[in-house]
Structures are given as structure tokens and as C-alpha cells.
Design a protein around this ligand. Structure first.
Ligand code: ZN
Length: 301
């Protein structure tokens, strides 16, 4: 068992925000490479409307061809009941239901207020759990919003409580636009500590989602681990971007995160030598060098 579970989000958050659309073949190859390197939780697709997220339009075709192996769990991102129906039909193991804490971001992203999104998420979580799916609620823009600026951490804690009350089995706090700093990680962890599971079990898990847009992503991840968090999102090669920050890098890179954690004595279950060539594969597919540094520098010792 790994000490830290990395949820590999490159096929979803990574590719979703790239301007180049990969073929279904290439997406399946990426996912297969990740599984071969030891990834066991993979956010493979999004079931947002294809008109809104054209990079994920082939979600069903991808899910039909992903390697099915013992212990590998595939997640789909969903926003509503329609997305859940598609996710169930496509055979995902988990769903990640997104609620944007910022009203403005929520309005632009989903055309609903944050409160409306939270109520919808409650319905979706109920329905997903009754169908036997593991359910996560991700609170997007928990560290700041590109439109509203600072987000009150008390508001994030309130949405966290409502997520747990709604029955989510995991709570993910997302720095959607990569503005967060380690003190916010400490603060949000403290504010949600009574909601999430103690090490002895019980209660949902706490998970963080960091982008490295302003180079604070790894400091944030290190802080989360020091606070006892053991589920982190990351993206192979650090691919992805942000529609609101041109030329921004994407999620924290799995390659660099695994290196850091393993050097800290934490096990991730990811085999770095097996993972590293994926950066070149992604670079070829995307037509540019990916942001991860470990594939350039190599492992040590
Ligand atoms: Zn993201």
C-alpha cells in the first residue's frame, strides 16, 4: 500500500486544457502507460457537455478501451445528473462532482450559482452512491478565483461541510488557477479537520488538487503531506493549462511529485523509470516540451 495516493489527472485535467486535441488512441496509450507505471486512481475523462469541453468529447470511446486491471479505479468528472448517467453507462468506478465555490466562476463554468451547484451535487452524490460508485466532491477555486480574487476560507469550510453532509466519500480542495500558498493549505486543512477521516478511519478522505501556475504547487503539496493529507492530484509531465492564464503550466507534475515524496521516504506506488518516458510521449503528442523537470534532469541517486 502506498503512503500517498496520487490521483493521476493528466488524461482529464491535463488534456482538457491543452489546445491540441489528442486522438482516442493517444489518450488510451497515455492511460495504459500510467497504469503500467503503477497509477491506481486515474481521472480518465470528463462527462461535461462536448460543446463546452470539446477535448473530452470522446469520453465514452476512451472508457471503452482503457485497460481493466485489478486495483485500478477510473474516475470521470461530472457536473450534473446527465453526466452521471453517461459516467455509469461508460463504466467508471468513481465520479468526481465539481462545485465552484466562487459564484462568478460557477456561473461562467456551469451557469449556476455556487449554492445551486452544491444542491445539484447533493442529488448527484446520492444517485451515484446508490449505483455503487465512489464519490468525490471537488471544491474548485477554493484558494482564489480569477474573477473574484480572494475566496473567504470560512466559505470554503462551509461548502466542505455541505459536501460531507451530502454524502461525498472524499473531499477535494482545488487550487483551480494556481494561486495558493502553503499557509492556505494549513488553514484549509485545519478548518476541515473535524469533517474528514481521522487516521483510524471513518469520515471522508481529504484530497488536494494543485496547479503549479505560480510555482507554489510543490510547496503546497509538501505542506499538505506534512499536515497528514495522503491523497494528491497530479498530472504526468505537468501538462495542462488554464483558460484564464495564458501560458500557465498545468497541474503539479506527477514525475516531480513522486520524486519529492519518495526522497521524503513516502511510498507512492509509482515506478519513476517506467513513468518518465511518458513525458516524451506527451511532448510529441502536444508538439511542445512538457513542464515536468525530472524527465530532463533524471532521477537521483
Ligand atoms: Zn485543475
Amino acid at each position: 500500500m502506498p503512503d500517498i495516493t496520487i490521483v493521476e489527472v493528466s488524461p482529464r485535467d491535463g488534456l482538457q486544457n491543452e489546445s491540441t486535441i489528442l486522438s482516442t488512441d493517444a489518450k488510451v496509450e497515455l492511460i495504459t502507460r500510467l497504469v503500467d507505471a503503477g497509477a491506481r486512481r486515474i481521472e480518465a475523462v470528463s462527462f461535461a457537455h462536448p460543446r463546452l469541453v470539446p477535448t473530452m468529447a470522446d469520453a465514452e470511446a476512451v472508457m471503452e478501451r482503457v485497460p481493466r486491471r485489478d486495483g485500478v479505479s477510473y474516475a470521470g468528472l461530472i457536473l450534473n445528473r446527465r453526466g452521471l448517467d453517461r459516467a455509469v453507462a461508460a463504466g467508471v468506478d468513481e465520479v468526481n462532482v465539481v462545485v465552484c465555490v466562487s459564484d462568478t466562476f460557477s456561473g461562467r463554468n456551469q451557469n449556476v450559482t455556487a449554492d445551486e451547484a452544491m444542491r445539484m451535487a447533493g442529488d448527484v452524490v446520492d444517485a451515484a452512491r446508490s449505483r455503487g460508485l465512489f464519490t468525490t466532491i471537488t471544491l474548485a477555486t477554493a484558494f482564489g478565483c480569477p474573477f473574484e480574487g480572494e475566496i473567504d476560507p470560512a466559505r470554503v469550510a462551509d461548502f466542505a461541510r455541505r459536501s460531507v453532509d451530502a454524502g461525498a466519500q472524499e473531499l477535494c480542495l482545488a487550487d483551480t488557477v494556481g494561486v495558493g500558498a502553503p499557509n492556505q493549505v494549513q488553514d484549509l486543512t485545519a478548518r476541515t479537520r473535524d469533517l474528514v477521516g481521522a487516521p483510524d478511519g471513518g469520515g471522508p478522505a481529504l484530497r488536494f488538487h494543485f496547479h503549479n501556475t505560480r510555482n507554489t504547487g510543490f510547496a503546497n503539496a509538501s505542506t499538505a503531506v506534512a499536515e497528514g493529507v495522503d491523497v494528491l492530484d497530479a498530472s504526468a509531465g505537468g501538462i495542462g493549462g488554464c483558460p484564464f492564464a495564458p501560458k500557465a503550466t498545468g497541474n503539479i507534475a506527477t514525475d516531480d511529485l513522486v520524486y519529492m515524496l519518495e526522497r521524503m521516504g513516502r511510498r507512492t506506488g509509482i515506478d519513476l523509470p517506467a513513468l518518465l518516458p511518458t513525458a516524451d510521449f506527451l511532448g510529441e503528442q502536444l508538439g511542445r516540451r512538457v513542464p515536468a523537470l525530472l524527465p530532463r534532469a533524471g532521477t537521483f541517486p
